[in-house]
Design a protein around this ligand. Structure first.
Ligand SMILES: Cc1cc2nc3c(=O)[nH]c(=O)nc-3n(C[C@H](O)[C@H](O)[C@H](O)COP(=O)(O)OP(=O)(O)OC[C@H]3O[C@@H](n4cnc5c(N)ncnc54)[C@H](O)[C@@H]3O)c2cc1C
Length: 349
């Protein structure tokens, strides 16, 4: 089989990329074995333009919030499925947050998302919050599991996806062609999520994968449209069902849910709201993060026909469309990618 572009991995990164290639009428084929990595299937999918710890803007948030929403809305329309949901986030203040938000919330950029006021949007009988809350507008969440599944069905219908493990032993890279089993391609793009750590082609990139766990819970009698955030987040799905997350663990890199993480999340929730909680599901995944907390999108420094889209970390939903756009400009028009995401930033000069 001949194709122009071979993509390895169909999580969020591979999905955004293959979708754009399809829109452009490109010749491509995807190899993905689901459940080798579950990140995109378990993510809460929240797009938060702010970093609460220091109250700063998330990297490139002003530009990426708008362009990513636009990207997903177009995808929704074509796939006739709703997976982007607008939301408001209520950051429950600690005592020190009042000063921090008072000082920084109206700074350039941040002011587009919040007014920095002390708000009381919940009944104090329902939510324990002595110091009020900061409201973040224009946020959203994407049902990444649904997006990946719908795109998988779409790719299968169009004979563009092969559900198998990509075995790197069978890959041959020549100067002007890529060979894998019976496939000959012009280029290959790796979107393997945290499994990239098994790929020797990219061992020069300092990946720092981080495990995350999430609960899906029912909270009878508690009704809110807002995401609550204080150490943990509580994302409303409707009908008193919520996603409660998430944890960060750099040591245990299995995708097994743990008792410790469950207890941590439930304890934090208990200190925040006054309702009994029923656990419906418990999931874990590994975020593909990089030491400098930037994505990686671009060309391999030694092989002109080998590319990568990875390193989406904890902000994959906001970053995947940007990485896709940068990569496609490189592929189609030979425009250099943003130096902050270029894999070559890790090559010693
Ligand atoms: C608990 C948790 C909560 C999160 N919450 C958020 C959030 O609220 N907001 C946000 O923006 N992000 C969140 N994230 C992060 C988000 O999930 C990731 O940034 C993003 O999904 C990564 O997508 P990816 O395509 O790079 O990787 P993955 O989703 O890991 O996809 C990689 C794909 O490649 C396949 N693959 C790998 N190797 C091979 C091979 N050899 N052969 C065949 N197939 C292969 C895998 O099976 C998988 O399908 C969260 C993550 C976790 C774990």
């Amino acid at each position: 089989m001949k194709t122009d572009i071979l993509i390895i991995g169909q999580g969020l990164a591979g999905s955004c990329l293959s979708w754009q290639l399809f829109q452009q009428g490109a010749s491509f084929s995807v190899i993905d074995r689901p459940f080798l990595s579950a990140s995109s299937r378990v993510a809460a999918g929240i797009m938060n333009p702010l970093v609460f710890r220091y109250l700063t803007l998330s990297w490139r948030a002003v530009q990426n919030m708008t362009s990513s929403k636009d990207f997903y809305q177009k995808m929704e329309k074509a796939l006739q499925t709703k997976f982007l949901h607008e939301i408001t986030i209520a950051k429950i203040y600690s005592e020190t947050d009042i000063e921090l938000w008072g000082r920084k919330a109206l700074m350039t950029g941040i002011h587009q998302f919040t007014d920095g006021k002390v708000n009381y949007p919940f009944s104090s009988e329902d939510v324990n919050y002595t110091f009020g809350a900061g409201i973040v507008n224009k946020s959203a969440w994407v049902d990444t599991a649904m997006l990946v599944q719908k795109l998988r069905e779409f790719l299968l219908r169009n004979a563009l996806l092969s559900e198998e493990i990509f075995d790197r032993e069978n890959l041959v890279i020549r100067e002007d062609s890529i060979h894998y089993k019976n496939i000959t391609a012009k280029k290959i793009i790796f979107c393997e999520g945290f499994r990239v750590s098994e790929n020797p082609l990219f061992n020069f990139i300092p990946f720092r994968p981080v495990k995350g766990e999430l609960l899906t819970v029912r909270i009878k009698g508690f009704n809110t449209q807002m995401v609550l955030n204080k150490d943990i987040f509580l994302l409303p799905l409707g009908n008193e069902i919520y996603r409660l997350g998430s944890t960060y663990d750099w040591d245990d890199l299995t995708e097994e849910p743990t008792k410790n993480a469950k207890n941590y999340l439930l304890e934090k929730l208990k200190s925040l709201i006054n309702f009994p909680v029923e656990i419906l599901n418990h999931e874990a995944g590994i975020r593909p993060a990089v030491a400098d907390r930037r994505p990686v999108a671009g060309r391999h420094p030694a092989y002109s026909n080998v590319f990568i889209l990875n390193g989406l970390g904890a902000k994959g939903v906001m970053l995947a469309p940007y990485g896709t756009e940068q990569l496609l400009r490189l592929l189609n028009e030979n425009i250099t990618v943003d130096p902050e995401i270029d894999p070559s930033r890790f090559v010693r000069k």
